[in-house]
Design a protein. Structure first.
Length: 212
């Protein structure tokens, strides 16, 4: 099979076909990393660009993300058992007081599809938990999400906590979510802003390229 067929299936959100083609690629000798880089990263890059241009919307992105998840479910055990290092690692969470998960989850899928190890802390995550995760996992990037204007300040609190714990200089910090802007990201001292899931994955790739 050609990897572009898998790329197309993920873009369409056709998860049964994505599963079948992923297994077929493995059965015919394609390395898991080649499937990730040659099909899944490409697919989610296209999805992210289309979403950013307003050509598709959240429902279509969710379908593509689900197809990606099904493909990754087959690949992740093989990737985990291989000696191939991840592109980098990301600690991800929705800040304290905010229980919105969908956007964060899509970002997590996009990051995994881009070759990152993702440590998802969930929702309503206090600043001290982010600090603990940085000390425990030593990630390259901390990604924070907020979907409410009332919880955006929690992002600054996390950065302050990382600084207070002496670990801020170990990581790059990326923020995103519906009410978050580039200007807000700069005002709290974040290193990057992801306007949507596709942009967040792209920015994470840029940040890790800068630190490795």
């Amino acid at each position: 099979m050609e990897l572009h067929e898998l790329t197309d299936a993920v873009i369409r959100g056709d998860f049964p076909t994505a599963e079948t083609l992923t297994q077929t690629a493995l059965d015919t000798g394609t390395e898991p990393t080649a499937i990730v880089d040659g099909a899944l990263v490409v697919a989610m890059g296209v999805v992210g660009e289309r979403f950013g241009r307003g050509e598709i919307y959240v429902p279509e992105m969710l379908l593509s993300a689900r197809a990606m998840e099904h493909a990754l479910a087959i690949l992740e055990p093989l990737l985990a058992s291989s000696d191939v290092p991840a592109r980098g690692s990301v600690v991800l969470g929705t800040v304290k007081g905010d229980i919105h998960a969908i956007g964060k989850n899509i970002v997590g899928i996009m990051l995994k599809g881009s070759g990152f190890a993702v440590h998802d802390l969930g929702v309503d995550v206090p600043a001290e938990r982010f600090v603990q995760a940085v000390e425990e996992h030593r990630p390259d990037v901390v990604g924070m999400s907020a979907l409410l204007t009332t919880t955006m300040s929690g992002m600054g609190a996390v950065i302050d906590a990382l600084d207070g714990a002496g670990v801020r200089d170990r990581v790059k910090v990326m923020v995103g979510g519906a009410p978050v802007t580039e200007e807000f990201a700069r005002s709290i001292g974040a290193d990057a802003y992801g306007r949507d899931a596709g942009a967040a994955a792209a920015r994470a790739r840029e940040l890790t390229a800068a630190v490795t």
